[in-house]
Design a protein around this ligand. Structure first.
Ligand code: DHB
Length: 398
């Protein structure tokens, strides 16, 4: 009896000790609060490549940097908006109200970012634009911070470069929506300021475009170069029709922002793409050890797929959110996070970048690149750099 009770007591004490120990182990894990990031992207439909690239890059960043930030556990909630503005806005509302996300991010196209901006303002939730490139987006909400690019950064830069490098007469062809209009405007202004002449400006529909009739007009106008903007993923249609019309052999050079020679598609273009000159923020061939490591890790995690310029918007967007959380010691108040993001500067796989503290806009190098064959694959090989380019639209307003 004594023995039994003694044994029982020890058993109980032992169990109690184990339970206490278990409790003390699990307390910090339970106390580590979750910070949710809602990543809203076109994962299906004609712009799915943008969604896939950004999701893959965001996940790579988290795999490399862990999910524990400033004592919180970061959780990514990925949602497909199919590239439809009403859906993007509804998903943003649901993520904020039901899932209690602290940050919304992604935004694969300008109309998707524009439709959601009022939600960010009302809810006071930071909105990290990782893709869309129209300059006006940043003015749509004080809670928007951009890690992608502005179309104007690349378009104005290729305008400057072309005028100074023997291109005199240009025809422009852009997708008929906001970033296309920005591309046309900022290219033309820069090109003309340096003595170039735009002989014709054409706009093709964004959805299901047939470029053939436009390309026929380009042949007839016989400019020195054709300037083209089409969004990421659409370049292969344009390039196919450019080649079918024999424009690659016509002496008319193809130039533009680098969306047209998207790394996601470039290798499928064939040798006709060789020599295309573009200005853009990122090339998978950017010759920096940081980028080499990035490309290698991205390919390894994604069935050998090459990262494109959209991917770095996702990768750097996650870095921005992580570092802002560190600065606020894990506090998720929206205004505080945006304040922490302003002025942040770091080394991206694309090169040095920063967030303009006045405008919340990205400042980055824009590289001039030429399509070349390297080790049997087509790449945008950088050969000139315009350093720390601010958005020309904002510079113009001052
Ligand atoms: C936008 C989308 C793209 O795919 C791109 O390459 C550039 C701009 C946009 O909608 O803003």
């Amino acid at each position: 009896m004594m023995i039994t009770s003694g044994f029982s007591r020890r058993m109980l004490l032992g169990l109690g000790g184990a339970a206490l120990l278990a409790a003390s182990v699990s307390v910090p894990a339970m106390a580590q609060q979750v910070v949710k990031i809602g990543l809203i992207l076109p994962m299906t439909g004609p712009f799915a490549s943008t969604g896939r690239q950004i999701e893959a890059a965001a996940k790579l960043y988290m795999a490399q940097n862990g999910t524990s930030v400033a004592g919180k556990t970061v959780e990514l909630v990925v949602k497909d908006d199919t590239g439809t503005p009403d859906v993007t806005r509804r998903i943003a509302q649901e993520l904020i109200l039901n899932d209690k996300v602290s940050v919304i991010a992604g935004f694969g196209l300008t109309p998707l970012a524009m439709s959601t901006a009022p939600i960010a303002t009302q809810a006071k939730v930071p909105m990290v634009v990782m893709a869309a490139g129209t300059s006006a987006i940043i003015d749509a909400s004080p809670f928007i911070v951009r890690t992608s690019f502005t179309q104007a950064q690349s378009a104005a830069t290729i305008g400057n470069w072309a005028a100074k490098n023997g291109v005199k007469k240009v025809v422009t062809l852009v997708s008929d929506y906001a970033p296309g209009h920005d591309s046309e405007k900022f290219f033309s202004e820069a090109f003309k300021a340096d003595g170039g002449e735009v002989v014709q400006s054409m706009r093709a529909p964004l959805q299901n475009p047939d470029f053939a009739p436009f390309l026929q007009r380009v042949r007839d106008a016989a400019p020195d170069a054709l300037f083209v903007f089409v969004p990421s993923g659409v370049g292969s249609v344009l390039m196919k029709q450019f080649i079918e019309r024999g424009l690659d052999k016509s002496g008319i050079r193809l130039i533009g922002p680098g969306d047209i020679t998207d790394d996601d598609l470039l290798n499928g273009f064939g040798d006709a793409a060789i020599g295309t000159i573009t200005a853009h923020l990122y090339s998978a061939a950017h010759p920096d050890p940081r980028n080499k490591a990035y490309v290698e890790a991205f390919k390894k995690a994604n069935n050998n797929a090459r990262p494109n310029f959209m991917s770095v918007g996702g990768y750097d967007g996650m870095h921005l959110i992580y570092e802002a959380l560190k600065k606020t010691n894990g506090a998720t108040d929206g205004a505080g996070l945006v304040a922490a993001m302003k002025g942040m500067a770091w080394e991206s796989p694309r090169g040095p970048i920063s967030i303009d503290p006045e405008t919340r806009e990205i400042i980055q190098n824009i590289y001039i690149r030429k399509v070349e064959k390297v080790d049997g694959e087509l790449y945008n090989v950088e050969f000139d750099t315009f350093k720390a380019v601010k958005d020309p639209a904002k510079a113009a307003k001052k």
